[in-house]
Design a protein around this ligand. Sequence first.
Ligand code: SAM
Length: 226
Amino acid sequence: MSRLEGWSEGWAAGRTSFHRTFVDKSLLEFQSKLLVKKPSRVLVPLCGKTLDMKWLADEGHEVVGVEGVLQAVMEFFQEQELPYKESDVPGLKGAKLFENEDKKIKIYLCDFFQFSKDIAGQFDAIWDRGALVAIDPSLRKQYTDVLLSVLSPGGRILNEVFEYNPEEREPKGPPESVPEEDIQKFFGEKFTTEVLHDYDHLEGNVKYRERGLTWMRQKIRFMVLK
Ligand SMILES: C[S@@+](CC[C@H](N)C(=O)[O-])C[C@H]1O[C@@H](n2cnc3c(N)ncnc32)[C@H](O)[C@@H]1O
């Protein structure tokens, strides 16, 4: 199974519990750290149909999402009631670009690992919720390489990750645990990193207790490209 096939099946079957019907609270809380330039060019990797993109555009920023499943892209434009245009992406076979009328929101339909600055230029900021934790841990270096390719000097990343003991968990799968060692290994050399929030994610969360976890942290991290 290709890495996108499983996600596509999940979308078709309505397994999208990651989707929120409100704008992310950490994005709201830390917008002034992430969005220093006004307007900023903001990348939302593995964007799904998150409302955060609409909110960012309404704040005047230019938003580029990257998503591998067509259904997610269609549902985003339909649910936000945004007319869009569809086009091919020069240099990226099979990919499509969907953009709204004022071109403030663009979504590339492609595998994120094929994305680069040659396709959509460079970004001031990256908002990563449900992206680093969604990819297979073996692809973390490739994932960081794409982020590094598209981030401008001094560019900023706000991300949310989870930490838990993967051996406790059944069934396994996303959200994957991203320990501090991996943040240091993949981001530590090129970025300054700062944990802004460190929450207990098991409190009141039956789902992950039932999957065997005895602890789970949710961390909001801010990183700046040195
Ligand atoms: C956990 S969801 C998070 C979605 C969104 N960021 C949010 O906060 O609601 C991960 C999304 O990434 C998409 N995806 C997974 N692997 C991908 C890949 N390699 N390239 C592009 N999209 C991918 C999935 O279809 C899914 O919509």
